[in-house]
Design a protein around this ligand. Structure first.
Ligand SMILES: [Zn+2]
Length: 417
């Protein structure tokens, strides 16, 4: 990559920074024209997967804990359980708390399995949230698929599940977050479960399944353990994002806000802020986002912070941020200087597996940074002296020397082979 190839020696920061800025401006219109109309921040679709699925199971039926949980846990799949007081809950509430602690979602199906009202929605929400702090109970499934009482539903939930064949495309905002549909499966339509997993992948879409019991001799809204397992296996084979209704829904809903955040191209700093799309969003919504290089500069020239903590980029250049912090700060770091040719000589560097030996003519402070701007360590060099700087890094490292008086020079040192 250009950064490493062009960095044979120490460079003067001031001169190179100006020329880097000038060339950036000259090339900008071309980049904008070729890149299309991407926003400054874009969320990676479906958390980096091609398609997503949420498996939902209703009513807290007796078969679910003994027959279904082992399947889910064996595959590491987190599912959603829409709970009502009419079946095995609340008599088995302690077992359901254990289900929630494993990362499955316990969500609202009203306390009495009737059409939603303020009373039966709030009663169930309060009960579930009182079980354990991990239970947020922020989504609801309409009993008997009757989409009604939506204002009572919306008071406690950021999203609610109706019934139907709708699949959800990444870039199209749903018309009604209080009717995000799943498809009911039964013994005669068990094959539809597998078909849905393929639809999600082929259309890069989100699908939700609805099942009641997982048992032998299933009723018309239930599956045998074997048919349920076939569907789960297909989702795994298709490498879909398999996550709870709440987790996929919150990621999906948040991205319509995130991808509309504005930022002007330049040298920053940027103090970006946004607002939550609904008062009942989850406490934390982790989003994988990419920052447009035409606006902010390349990943190795910026620093991303939330709550005074640096977010370091993943290997694909994305950042995993918490959307619910409702802001992030982006600043330039002096990494881009190493792109220019050497103009300042004097220091000698030798890298080994554990760090650097540095030798130089002048007293200086030596700082080590990753190319994404994370500070690795520092050491002081006396006039005509030698210093040792141990760092834990196997990739290229940027060394910055700051002489007494403030003059700086820098060098990228490649990995040890
Ligand atoms: Zn039900």
């Amino acid at each position: 990559m250009a950064l490493e190839a062009a960095s044979a020696g120490w460079v003067s920061e001031k001169g190179s920074f100006m020329s880097a800025f000038t060339s950036h401006k000259a090339i900008l219109p071309f980049l904008l024209a070729s890149a299309g109309i991407a926003g400054p921040i874009t969320t990676v679709p479906w958390n980096g997967h091609t398609g997503a699925v949420s498996f939902t199971y209703d009513d807290a039926r007796n078969s679910q804990i003994p027959n279904l949980l082992p399947q889910l846990d064996g595959l590491g799949i987190k599912a959603t359980f829409f709970i009502t007081n009419m079946y095995s809950f609340p008599s088995k509430s302690s077992e359901w708390i254990e289900v929630a602690k494993k990362g499955h979602e316990l969500a609202n199906h009203t306390s009495n399995h009737n059409t939603p009202t303020s009373d039966n929605v709030r009663t169930m929400a309060t009960t579930l949230r009182g079980l354990n702090p991990v239970v947020e109970a922020l989504t609801l499934a309409y009993p008997n698929c009757t989409v009604s009482g939506t204002s009572a539903v919306e008071a406690e939930n950021f999203m609610a599940r109706g019934c139907g064949q709708t699949t959800y495309a990444w870039n199209k905002q749903p018309s009604d977050w209080m009717n995000i549909q799943g498809l009911i499966l039964g013994p005669s339509s068990a094959g539809n479960g597998v078909t849905m997993m393929n639809t999600a992948k082929n259309n890069n879409a989100w699908v939700t399944t609805i099942v009641h019991d997982v048992a032998n001799s299933p009723d018309q809204y239930s599956l045998t353990p074997a048919d349920n397992k076939k569907m789960l296996d297909q989702a795994v084979a298709n490498k879909l994002w398999i996550a709870t209704y709440q987790d996929v829904g919150a990621y999906y809903r948040a991205h319509f806000t995130m991808d509309n955040v504005n930022a002007s191209a330049g040298n920053g700093p940027w103090d970006l802020k946004w607002t939550s799309p609904h008062p009942k969003m989850p406490r934390k919504v982790l989003l994988k986002v990419k920052l447009d290089a035409n606006t902010f500069g390349a990943a190795n020239s910026i620093k991303v912070m939330q709550n005074n903590q640096e977010i370091t980029p993943e290997s694909d250049g994305s950042y995993t941020i918490d959307f619910m912090l409702l802001g992030m700060k982006v600043t330039k770091v002096p990494v881009g200087v190493a792109r220019e040719r050497s103009r300042l000589e004097g220091f000698q560097v030798r890298r080994d597996g554990r760090g650097f030996d540095v030798e130089g003519p002048d007293a200086a402070r030596i700082d080590a940074w990753t190319l994404s701007g994370k500070h690795l360590g520092a050491t002081d060099l006396s006039e005509g002296g030698k210093a040792r700087l141990d760092v834990e890094a196997s990739s290229s490292v940027l060394l910055v020397a700051t002489r007494a008086g403030g003059a700086r020079s820098s060098q990228v040192v490649g990995p040890v082979h």
